[in-house]
Design a protein around this ligand. Structure first.
Ligand SMILES: NC(=O)c1ccc[n+]([C@@H]2O[C@H](COP(=O)([O-])OP(=O)(O)OC[C@H]3O[C@@H](n4cnc5c(N)ncnc54)[C@H](OP(=O)(O)O)[C@@H]3O)[C@@H](O)[C@H]2O)c1
Length: 326
């Protein structure tokens, strides 16, 4: 156990942004799905029906910075309605983080998951977007075709992913195939539950707000779903920051981290050990190293345990030896 607060020094914007870099991803269909949520000390996802009552200045800054990092913002229609979502406006929103968009369009599009298409089609979210970031409606084949066509006619891109319900995997795959590989989900709790249930949640950025909200509000994950196989999902803490008693935590799924080829050393502990008996999702291009010997502390000074190196390559790709592979 160790104390992480108080201590540390103020972070520059460059260092702060680097703490939230997405891992390096190969070409599509590789993708990384981060969720960014805020909760009160007693686990509420809202105060007075909105998340804004839980937020503080640091949380708002990180929220804007995560938007700047992302290729697309994914959100449930419930949140889009409750929080009156509008396109990200690069001229007035997140200006402090504009440099993170160098080489990319100045703002990411918003992708809204909806079955009912109960959205104001004349709102700025649908009709007032920028050519570089048209809002994406992710819906079902059974959704009213008239509403779908009307949304498309206004300015939205429509993705059909599923029949009665949006299939979350098909939805995020469709985003990645459009080159929108760095996905930042801003909730809400019903959408997040389904993404977690489908095993798609790679990362959770969670702000803990120094408030007790009282009973009644949803948690950040809600709905009638059990977690896969009835299990809880393990995450590892990457960092925790503090500002005005708000805690800003970044957690990743160890199996996701390994699947994109990040080295276990980039996490505070040996992730291979954490989930050694679980199935990994491995994408083409992933490289991982799994220790197969006894724990290092039993090796009596031997610097590195024996390891199994795994390289995932498509059969059509030439299998090139990596310089640091053995
Ligand atoms: N604490 C936080 O960080 C945070 C973050 C975000 C939101 N919030 C709060 O959470 C509340 C909204 O969250 P919520 O959980 O009620 O709603 P939500 O998850 O944002 O959206 C639910 C809606 O998304 C659509 N949807 C979800 N799954 C679908 C599927 N499989 N297929 C098709 N459509 C699907 C449906 O839209 P249709 O009804 O249009 O079919 C559904 O009603 C608000 O109060 C908001 O302020 C808090």
């Amino acid at each position: 156990m160790r104390q992480v607060y108080p201590g540390g020094s103020a972070l520059t914007d460059a260092v702060l942004a680097a703490l939230y870099d997405y891992p390096d991803l190969g070409p599509p269909p590789a993708r990384w799905l981060r969720a960014n949520m805020v909760a009160s000390l007693d686990g509420a996802a809202t105060a007075d029906g909105r998340s804004g009552g839980l937020s503080g200045e640091a949380d708002r800054q990180v929220f804007a910075m995560l938007r700047a990092h992302a290729d697309v913002i994914l959100v449930g229609a419930g949140t889009a309605r409750a929080e009156r979502y509008a396109p990200v406006r690069p001229e007035s929103e997140g200006v402090r983080w504009a440099w993170l968009r160098d080489g990319r369009p100045p703002s990411p599009p918003i992708a809204v998951v909806t079955r009912e298409l109960d959205l104001d089609l004349d709102s700025a979210l649908i009709a007032g977007t920028f050519p570089h970031a048209r809002t994406i409606i992710i819906t079902t084949s059974s959704a009213m075709p008239g509403r779908r066509d009307a949304a498309a006619a206004r300015n939205a891109d429509v993705i059909v992913a599923g029949e009665a319900s949006v299939d979350m995997k098909a939805a995020v795959d469709a985003l990645a195939e459009r080159g929108l590989q760095r996905i930042s989900c801003e909730g809400g709790p019903h959408l997040l539950a389904q993404l977690a249930d489908a095993g798609l949640l790679d990362e959770l950025c969670l702000t803990i707000s120094p408030l007790v909200a009282g009973p009644g509000a949803d948690r950040i994950v809600t709905g009638g779903l059990a977690m896969p196989g009835g299990h809880t999902l393990p995450f590892r803490l990457v960092h925790v920051l503090e500002d005005e008693s708000y805690l800003l935590c970044r957690y990743v799924r160890p199996s996701s981290w390994l699947a994109v080829g990040a080295e276990p050393a980039e996490l505070p502990q040996d992730v291979a050990e954490v989930e050694a008996d679980r199935l990994f999702k491995l994408l083409v291009g992933a490289r991982l190293r799994v220790p197969v010997g006894p724990p290092a502390d039993e090796l009596g000074g031997v610097p590195e345990p024996p390891a199994l190196h795994v390289v995932v390559a498509h059969l059509d790709y030439p299998l090139r030896a990596q310089r640091d592979e053995r």
